[in-house]
Ligand binder design. Structure first.
Ligand SMILES: C[S@@+](CC[C@H](N)C(=O)[O-])C[C@H]1O[C@@H](n2cnc3c(N)ncnc32)[C@H](O)[C@@H]1O
Length: 307
């Protein structure tokens, strides 16, 4: 099996209970910077240099290279690369009650959209008129305030919400039941992964991304939802003529959004280059907006056509 020297950019992948160390090189493959898992049960991660600085002897690289630690197979690398790309940061389950944890995942599965290859087929399966109904997507719907508000005001439309935060699903489902809404479907998970694995193409007339997590620290910027590869996938998922709206209360993330969207060939600012948009129709201020405003931040709205 091929062996190689580890460099400064390599990351510790795992330490088995037997002390075998496995590594993943970040060198040749961009965008997978932190694939770290300690199978000994510890969490967190470190570069090879950090891990080994206080561990002379068996962990010294040259010695390690002579050990019998297996290298990763290409299949293992592919799986890990995928997991890393769709890694979700922050809390995922929140404060789910024990009783909710029993029924919620199944209920969420029952409410998954009737995915189809074409928009027409999907809307027809969903008992909507494809010539009149619009298909919406909200990424990161939180507690579902906006999703249920839109669904109430546009009963002829169909709306899909994607989020990774399970506590939000519980709140959304309760509200859907109370309001007797049957034009909302949901998916749990990383939006990019869902859109890619479903092979979603030319489906959505409207996409909303409201107050995505700002990840203000520079070292966390790579966790931001708005990234070029995410916009590539989103552009594919939208219908030509579709509209993407975004809102943030975080000025620096607003500039980040503008920078990424303005240079993306599949999106055209609906109000002119680098211009903000007015509040979208039927706008509902959510708690994230109120929190931002209470802290003295102004809300930036953006709107982009997908030509
Ligand atoms: C700050 S909250 C905003 C919630 C809602 N849009 C609002 O305005 O009230 C951000 C939401 O995005 C979700 N989220 C974060 N990363 C995501 C991802 N990769 N895919 C889907 N949802 C995500 C979080 O779980 C959270 O519910």
């Amino acid at each position: 099996m091929e062996r190689r020297r580890f460099g400064k950019t390599d990351r510790l992948l795992s330490i088995s209970t037997l002390g075998t160390m496995r590594f993943w090189s970040t060198g040749p493959i961009r965008n997978f910077p932190e694939i770290i898992h300690l199978s000994s049960g510890k969490t967190g991660g470190a570069t090879f240099a950090e891990m080994t600085k206080d561990c002379p002897g068996p962990f010294f690289p040259d010695h390690f290279l002579d050990e019998e630690a297996p290298m990763m197979t290409p299949e293992e690398q592919a799986v890990l690369a995928r997991q890393s790309r769709f890694k979700v940061h922050g809390r995922k389950k929140g404060m789910l009650k024990r009783s909710e944890a029993d029924w919620l995942p199944e209920r969420v599965r029952q409410l998954s959209p009737p995915w189809a290859e074409t928009r027409r087929e999907l809307l027809t399966r969903w008992h909507a008129n494809p010539d009149h109904a619009r298909l919406w997507l909200e990424i990161g719907f939180g507690n579902g305030d906006t999703l249920t508000h839109m669904a109430t005001h546009a009963p002829q439309d169909r709306l899909i919400g994607i989020d990774v935060f399970m506590e939000g699903f519980s709140a959304l489902l309760r509200r859907m039941e109370r309001l007797h809404l049957d034009n909302i479907a949901v998916e749990a998970g990383h939006a990019l992964e869902i859109l890619e694995t479903r092979g979603v193409t030319h489906l959505f007339d409207r996409v909303m991304i409201n107050f995505p997590d700002p990840w203000p620290k520079k070292r966390h910027h790579k966790r931001r939802l708005i990234q070029t590869d995410f916009l590539d996938t989103l552009a594919r998922a939208m219908t030509p003529g579709g509209l993407l709206t975004l809102a943030t209360d975080w000025p620096e993330y607003g500039i980040w959004m503008l920078d990424h969207l303005e240079r993306h060939p599949a999106f055209i600012n609906a109000y002119g280059p680098r211009q903000p948009a007015p509040e979208p129709d039927l706008w509902l201020p959510t708690c994230f907006q109120k929190k931002g405003e209470a802290a003295g931040r102004t809300i930036l709205h953006l709107a982009y056509h997908r030509p």
